[in-house]
Design a protein around this ligand. Structure first.
Ligand code: TXA
Ligand code: MG
Length: 335
């Protein structure tokens, strides 16, 4: 039986006991809910892959709340890593380092690197602190489903497969952290997220995206193994509609039925029964916060087709576009 509990001190202590004993606890972070286990306990980490149905070559992030922990987990902290850590930790940023032998290879999916994150969410930090170990945590969803931004999403996917869910309400950001490779001098963004390329450019003007993020050619393999899998997918088909808004409205009217949903923005009024707003087109963080929740809502309502209007790709809008693109399986309709 999976316990669903509020994040008070007593429950966090009980959660930490489960982690120390090799069990699985889902907990909130500022990005999405994570499915945590003791990151230095191989069997516990294997339990994460099993509960999620996750391919074993897709490595996990280790979560810490004390910078002193880093030295035993990673081989080298170069100046690039240091600058990013000083400016963006704690927060929605994950750094990829060369790993030490203490990190089990089940965490790193057989790579010689390890991804580390220092979250800002107080509940997450407290759980890591009381557990006294780095916590391995992927997003707490069944593999390939939309990431969970509420405790109820975790329950939907993982009830009876994990020991406990700590309910900390809705996640602030709603999309996963920015993953950055810092094994060389120039940082490379492997997954866009809450910390944007514009934020990083202030310190590293030559920061770039991994090639697969800006090129939709399927032959280019992403450096972050997780980005190659089908991801964030709703049960229905999702199409991104891009182009003139009047043409988009016409297309929707001519190509929908009672099981179609439309994701739009406050600025565009669309006269369609099942319409949901991704907030303001000029404030993509609105869309980040609700996107996964809306995908799950559509599943629950039996929606078979979703038309989502192209977001602005500025700032965190690029991360929203990335998740939307993956959820659509690459289906963009130009109008
Ligand atoms: O916001 C987040 O990052 C959330 C919360 C719970 O912290 N976690 C999360 O974990 O999104 P997950 O497992 O769903 O995504 C981790 C991503 C995957 O794309 C994985 O391939 C990549 O990070 N990753 C992990 N270790 C890596 C490594 N050593 N090298 C390259 N990419 C790595
Ligand atoms: Mg995930």
């Amino acid at each position: 039986m999976t316990k669903l509990l509020l994040a008070d001190e007593e429950n966090l202590k009980a959660a930490a006991e489960i982690i120390k004993g090799g069990g699985l606890v889902a907990f909130p972070t500022e990005t999405v809910y994570g499915l945590g286990a003791d990151g230095l306990n191989e069997d516990a980490v294997k339990g994460i892959y099993k509960a999620k149905g996750r391919p074993s070559d897709n490595p996990l992030i280790l979560h810490i709340q004390d910078l002193n922990e880093l030295t035993r987990l990673v081989k080298e902290i170069n100046d690039t890593a240091r600058t990013l850590m000083e400016n963006f930790w704690p927060g929605p940023m994950t750094l990829v380092f060369k790993k030490t032998d203490i990190v089990p290879s089940v965490i790193s999916g057989g790579l010689d690197t390890v991804a580390i994150r220092y979250p800002s969410n107080e509940i997450a930090c407290q759980l890591i602190r009381v557990s006294g170990t780095p916590i391995a945590a992927p997003s707490a969803n069944t593999s390939s489903r939309p990431s969970p931004t509420k405790a109820s999403h975790v329950y939907e996917d993982l009830k009876d497969k994990i020991d406990m869910i700590i309910d900390g309400g809705s996640c602030d950001i709603g999309l996963e952290s920015t993953v950055i490779d810092v094994t060389s001098k120039t940082p490379v963004i492997l997954r866009p997220g809450g910390i944007t390329i514009e934020d990083i450019k202030k310190f590293f003007p030559d920061v770039c995206y991994d090639k697969h993020l800006t090129n939709t050619d399927e032959n280019i393999q992403p450096k972050s193994p997780g980005m190659k899998y089908k991801h964030y997918a709703p049960s229905g088909e999702l199409y991104i509609l891009d182009g003139d808004i009047e043409k988009i409205k016409e297309f929707i009217l001519n190509n929908s039925d009672e099981n179609t949903a439309v994701f739009t923005y406050d600025e565009y009024e669309i006269a369609f029964p099942y319409t949901r707003s991704l907030g303001s087109i000029n404030r993509p963080k609105d869309g980040c916060k609700v996107f996964f929740d809306l995908l799950r809502e559509c599943d629950a309502k039996g929606i078979t087709k979703i038309y989502s209007i192209m977001p602005s790709k500025n700032g965190v809008g690029f991360a929203l576009f990335n998740r939307m693109f993956k959820a659509s399986g690459g289906k963009i309709k130009k109008l």
